[in-house]
Write a protein that binds this ligand. Structure first.
Ligand code: C2E
Ligand code: MG
Ligand code: MG
Length: 757
């Protein structure tokens, strides 16, 4: 219908012209009369439908598709065809000569032209063909038989040809219409999908022409920009729309180029001052037309405000110690690695923090750590250039401070001293009053050659030294510490070598031996036992003190084979001793509760044929503290083997009396710190304590043995306090096995032998 209507004004003009032409053609011959009805009627009809079609021009398709329009057009077609038919029937018989020929030509031409023009709507073409052919046919029938037959045949053939053409053109038109309709439907559903996507998805689509003017903008995007109607943005430049709210220089640069971009973040200021700015991430690809000429851009926008916030928070968390809010180890190490000055690193370790955690609970421990962090932060804030300081918690009770600026030794001392001082005040929380103490290790990297790993190592060594020298101390790294570290490493390696040989000797690691310190009755001086003490003679270091290598062995786990070695060796050497002399062997804390300990002891006893009651194991209070129940169970099962248990270094630990009461020990060894205090002038308190310990042991059925007795006076006081036994340099230092054996053979009651070391 649209195709027909498009040509109707033109057809009306042609019809009007033809009407006049025919009237002008026949007038000279026929003059005015009824025959003029047809050509002039055609003119009138042409004017009417011409105006009507002009009025319909530009009407929407829905209007044109209405049946009324269709019917009206059919009426016009019929009327025009009728006029032509009328002309053929009424004029052709009466005009003559050339005029007749012209009319015939007109009729012959009009039938196919009209039929083909109307072909898009086949019914119209049929009506046209029927009426005009009918008219012409009836005119032809009036001719003489020969001409009539020939022309009628020609007309019929032309009509058949035209019917076929109309059919084919009509089919083509219908097919094209169907295809167009399908395409339209497709586009409509695509539109629906797009709209759905834009309202549901986080991504908003935008599209611009080559000039950067918006051709499409997703509704949510328009709304976010403050436009309720997205159509209002069509034709506006994208950069202008966004530029009101965000700096868009980079976007403009991208749009001027022709390469795709993604992840272009724009920070949009909020509509209302109380809102937060939004971050939009833009991506875009250039669009080219079929000739490869840039035709614009198509892209997506996503509001990534939340995403970026989360990423920032993650980044912050990855760099922060959650408990204290300080930086973490990662940040500190990074800053250490990046520094270009010669920075100072302080490692701060709280003294006895574990005890706080164990006795007061983790909640109090956490609060204490937060308090430490607060104090350190406040201290650092008072320094010049606080921004050059990184304060971090490395984990547990370990803090670190990197001062990333060159300091003179005096400045360094002042700052570290301030750190230690700020920790000293008593921390009062709820009903608690805690004294905070810390050890600080300090190291400065050599000027110009910052080496993060070495700096950490040095500060660590200094911290170690600070703890070693009595805690609550500051220790600055010096080169000798590194020497000590090497020695530590050497000691650990050599113990490993020694333990790998059955007799405990090695060409480069030296020789292990067990010496025995005799124990005597204080009243009679009778020798009651001997404590096995490990000795190590090293080719380079000379005699190495157990105090140096036992803690190292405990740290590294070497203590387990080491203690086993001592036990086996001591049992073997004690085999020939009189039954009244007990062998005392030290057992490290790590051994207690270890699986297979009983088996090891039984093997040592059976291999040496030493009677179990002749062996006494010395365990320290601290060994009982870690896991009292497990330790207690272990002690009980050791006792069930028939051997004795001595509680070593009593008084230095923190074991409660309740624990002590349940511990089935035979001997209580009073620590030498109490004994040392006994001899001093005016020290009645030490004497009172020793007296108390002795009474305590007696009520629990334990023997008492005083360690480290060095003077006659100590011996007298101990005797007065009721202590039963003693060991110490007064009587004898530890003896080599051979020396002890000859002592036993001589039956000498007391001896003052100098330490063979
Ligand atoms: P301990 O078990 O308390 O051993 C007694 C320590 O006191 C020994 O030091 C001994 O030489 C020393 N001593 C003895 N009489 C006196 C004295 O009159 N005055 C003073 N000031 N000291 C005296 P040593 O041999 O250096 O041992 C130190 C610590 O090493 C021992 O303390 C013990 O805990 C540990 N230890 C020694 N040998 C072994 C062993 O074979 N295994 C285990 N696990 N630890 C051992
Ligand atoms: Mg001992
Ligand atoms: Mg001891």
């Amino acid at each position: 219908m649209q195709m027909l209507l498009r040509i109707t004004p033109m057809a009306a003009a042609v019809d009007f012209g033809l009407g006049w032409l025919v009237a002008w053609l026949v007038y000279p011959e026929l003059g005015w009369g009824t025959h003029m009805v047809w050509p002039l009627g055609l003119c009138v009809v042409a004017v009417v439908y011409g105006i009507d079609s002009l009025l319909h021009l530009g009407r929407p398709l829905e209007v044109l598709a209405q049946p009324a329009v269709r019917w009206r057009l059919l009426v016009y077609v019929s009327l025009v065809a009728g006029m032509f038919a009328g002309m053929a029937v009424s004029l052709s018989p009466v005009v003559t000569g050339e005029r007749r020929f012209l009319l015939a030509m007109l009729a012959g031409g009009l039938i196919p032209v009209g039929a083909l023009s109307l072909a898009p709507v086949r019914q119209m073409a049929w009506v046209w063909l029927g009426i005009t052919s009918g008219g012409v046919l009836s005119a032809l029938l009036q001719l003489d038989p020969f001409v009539r037959n020939v022309t009628c045949g020609m007309l019929l053939m032309m009509d058949m040809m035209l019917l076929a053409s109309v059919q084919s053109v009509g089919n083509g038109v219908v097919a094209r219409l169907r295809a167009e309709t399908a395409a339209l439907r497709g586009r409509q559903s695509l539109d629906l999908l797009l709209r759905d996507f834009e309202t549901q998805a986080d991504d908003w689509l935008w599209e611009t022409d080559a000039g950067g003017r918006l051709q499409h903008v997703a509704r949510p995007m328009a709304r976010a920009l403050g436009f309720d109607d997205s159509d209002r943005l069509i034709g506006v430049r994208l950069a202008d729309v966004l530029g009101v709210r965000a700096p868009v220089a980079s976007l403009i640069t991208h749009l001027h180029g022709a390469t795709p971009f993604r992840g272009l973040d724009l920070t949009l200021s909020p509509h209302h001052p109380q809102d937060t700015p939004r971050i939009w991430s833009l991506s875009g690809v250039p669009v080219f037309d079929s000739d490869g000429v840039p035709a614009g851009w198509r892209g997506l926008v996503r509001d990534v405000t939340l995403l970026r916030e989360q990423a920032r928070e993650l980044h912050r968390l990855a760099r922060t110690d959650v408990l204290t809010g300080l930086a973490n180890r990662h940040v500190l190490q990074q800053r250490c690695a990046e520094t270009r000055t010669s920075p100072t690193l302080c490692l701060i370790d709280l003294d006895h923090f574990k005890a706080v955690n164990d006795t007061l609970g983790h909640a109090v421990g956490d609060r204490l750590l937060q308090e430490i962090a607060r104090r350190l932060t406040a201290c650092v804030a008072q320094w010049s250039q606080p921004e050059s300081v990184v304060l971090a918690r490395l984990g547990g009770d370990e803090f670190a401070l990197l001062i990333d600026q060159p300091l003179t030794p005096a400045e360094r001392q002042a700052r570290v001293g301030a750190l230690l001082a700020v920790l000293q005040p008593v921390w009062e929380a709820d009903a608690l009053r805690l004294e905070v103490r810390a050890s600080i290790g300090v190291a400065t990297s050599e000027a110009g050659i910052p080496d993060a790993e070495r700096l950490f190592q040095n500060a660590d060594l200094a911290l170690y030294a600070a703890k070693d020298s009595g805690r609550n101390q500051i220790c600055v790294f010096d080169a000798a510490m590194r020497g000590r570290m090497h020695r530590r490493a050497g000691v650990i390696r050599d113990i490993g070598l020694l333990l790998a040989t059955p007799d405990g000797s090695h060409p480069t690691a030296g020789r292990l031996a067990v010496h025995y310190q005799p124990q005597f009755r204080l009243d009679t001086g009778q020798l009651t036992g001997a404590e096995a003490l490990l000795r190590w003679q090293h080719p380079r270091y000379g005699w190495v003190e157990p105090g140096e290598f036992i803690p190292l062995a405990e740290e590294t786990g070497l203590i387990v084979p080491l203690d086993e070695w001592v036990l086996r060796r001591a049992c073997a050497e004690a085999k020939g001793w009189p039954a009244s002399v007990r062998l005392a062997v030290n057992l490290s804390a790590t051994q207690l509760g270890r699986d297979g300990l009983e088996a090891v002891i039984q093997t040592a006893l059976s291999d040496s044929a030493l009677p179990a009651p002749q062996l006494e194991l010395e365990i320290t209070e601290t060994a009982l503290m870690d896991d009292p129940d497990r330790a207690l169970a272990c002690v009980q099962s050791l006792r069930s083997l028939g051997l004795g248990i001595a509680l070593d270094d009593f008084g230095t630990g923190y074991s409660s009396l309740a624990q002590l009461a349940t511990l089935p020990a035979d001997t209580l060894k009073i620590d030498r710190s109490f004994v040392a205090a006994l001899g001093r002038e005016g020290n009645g308190q030490a004497e009172a304590i020793v007296r108390l310990i002795v009474q305590l042991a007696r009520t629990m059925g334990m023997h008492t043995l005083a360690e480290g007795v060095e003077t006659e006076r100590q011996r007298t006081v101990l005797l007065a306090c009721g202590c039963e036994m003693a060991q110490g340099f007064l009587c004898s230092a530890a003896l080599a096995p051979q020396a002890l054996r000859s002592l036993l053979q001589q039956g000498v009651r007391t001896a003052a032998v100098s330490d063979p070391r």
